[in-house]
Design a protein around this ligand. Structure first.
Ligand code: FAD
Ligand code: MLT
Ligand code: ZN
Length: 427
């Protein structure tokens, strides 16, 4: 495990006492976890580069329990780290110091599914893949999909505004999330869950929590619009010199195959594509997607990974990769560029045998300055969390940052929710 050292000091929150544990035990009996072995998995992030030292993990089952916990923590000035599937990429999902981990793992109930509109209402701790299965049995699909689907929770997806593999087709969660229930830092339950598709009654408050990374409230339930399950799915995997995976989905298999074949003939004739394969069979489709979905896992086995998640103009998407291969030379094991081409989202990953300050110095602030020079985003879909909070100013002006701080102060005046995350430390 690589523990990076960050210049961050613990803020003056209270320390969890025996009385606190007893109070939690009354709210969530049998679900106050203090066993260090169980806590280990929740203190370390998926990438294994950030580690907290929380001594308590709470597993509420209901929104009321979450409200009780937060009301108590607010009064006692105890810091809280909301946690879903712990698959986040920016160190936002684990404590920095001894924050209480508030897990949604047991909040995993589907509340309702409307099989005419495709509206799914569920608790925040439902695992994405399980939701996919639930709605597919009813002729729909989830509007988002990602490699972490087997572990990530829908609440975590909303909290990070996850992009993923269907973004190009179905758009962002800012469009597909219809309503949210959120518990605020002081324990207030904000029920904006049952919202019709069209609803212009005042400010759209739910949008504030989509992508807020657990810093403004704990999402306890989600209402989300699921598109109908496509009757025909085609996947093409084309080569040279890049690999491109394309999925088409529609309602008439023959018509869709014809369109895809026309496209393939055209790109083969033009020389743009030299080889490839297509699939309609479910198992082959899955196998092709696995090649894409498992890249991050493969990279994490290659050594220490420096991860960047950038939005760039599509025509310049790969320039930084070739540029960095020259800049880093043999210092880097691999400089890899993959991502979501249709969204203009590059995942730039550099690996080295072990963490090296000189590689980091060659990468930062160079990568961020390069991105800002293209008016891109230094966090396209993973958020800022703990690891990236210091770079927000490459993509947002001071006025925006000031307003974000004001919103944080309004919704969480004591700053107990996910401290040290998303917004940079104040001087
Ligand atoms: P966690 O990792 O537990 O938490 C993430 C953040 O959300 C933290 O700040 C946490 O405090 C907060 N949070 C979690 N639950 C709540 C809640 N109920 N209320 C308030 N705050 C909460 N991301 C993409 O955008 N696109 C991808 O394609 C993609 N692919 C991935 C593939 C792999 C293999 C892995 C490991 C990760 C991938 N990710 C991707 C990143 C990650 O899966 C997403 O960010 C995901 O949405 C996180 O969900 P989670 O439940 O694991 O949240
Ligand atoms: C992906 O697109 O595979 C994810 O965002 C994860 C990653 O960037 O490693
Ligand atoms: Zn991605």
């Amino acid at each position: 495990l690589t523990r990076e050292r960050y210049p961050v000091r613990r803020l003056p929150f209270s320390v969890v006492s025996r009385e606190d544990l007893e109070a939690f035990e009354r709210v969530v009996p049998g679900r106050v976890i203090t066993d260090p072995e169980v806590l280990e998995a929740s203190n370390v992030d998926w990438l294994r580069t950030v580690r907290g030292s929380s001594a308590v993990l709470l597993r509420p089952r209901t929104s009321e329990e979450v409200a009780h916990i937060l009301r108590y923590c607010h009064e006692r000035n105890l810091a809280v780290n909301p946690q879903g599937g712990n698959t986040g990429m920016v160190g936002g999902s684990v404590p920095v110091f001894d924050e209480i981990i508030l897990s949604t793992a047991l909040m995993n109930q589907v509340i309702s599914f409307h099989d005419l509109s495709g509206t799914l209402v569920c608790q925040a701790g439902c695992v994405l893949e399980e939701l996919s299965r639930h709605v597919e049995e009813r002729g729909f699909i989830m509007p988002l999909d990602l490699g972490a689907k087997g572990s990530c929770h829908i609440g975590g997806n909303v909290a990070t505004n996850a992009g993923g593999l269907r973004f190009l087709r179905y758009g962002s969660l800012h469009g597909t999330v219809l309503g949210l229930e959120v518990v605020l830092a002081d324990g207030t339950v904000l029920n904006c869950l049952s919202a019709p598709r069209k609803d212009n009654t005042g400010y759209d408050l739910k949008q504030l929590f989509i992508g807020s990374e657990g810093t403004l409230g704990v999402i306890t339930a989600v209402s989300i619009l699921c598109p109908p399950k496509p009757r025909a799915v085609n996947v093409a995997f084309l080569e040279s010199p890049f690999y491109v995976l394309i999925e088409t989905s529609g309602s008439r298999a023959g018509h869709d195959a014809e369109k895809l074949n026309d496209f393939l003939e055209q790109v083969l004739r033009s020389g743009l594509v030299t080889d490839g394969t297509v699939a309609t069979d479910h198992m082959k489709v899955k196998a092709l997607w696995a090649l894409r979905e498992r890249i991050s896992e493969a990279l994490s086995r290659d050594g220490y990974v420096y991860k960047y998640d950038l939005s760039l103009p599509t025509e310049r998407l790969y320039d930084l990769v070739t540029d960095l291969r020259v800049r880093l030379g043999p210092q880097a094991k691999h400089v890899v560029g993959y991502g979501h081409l249709g969204d203009g989202n590059l995942h730039l990953n550099v690996t080295s045998e072990a963490f090296s300050p000189s590689v980091l110095d060659a990468l930062e602030p160079y990568v961020y300055e390069w991105t800002a020079g293209q008016r891109g985003s230094v966090s396209a879909e993973h958020g800022l969390g703990f690891r990236k909070r210091g770079v927000i100013s490459y993509s947002k002006p001071p006025e925006a940052l000031r307003l974000m701080r004001q919103l944080k102060a309004l919704l969480d005046p004591k700053g107990i929710l996910n401290p040290y995350k998303t917004l940079p430390a104040q001087a």
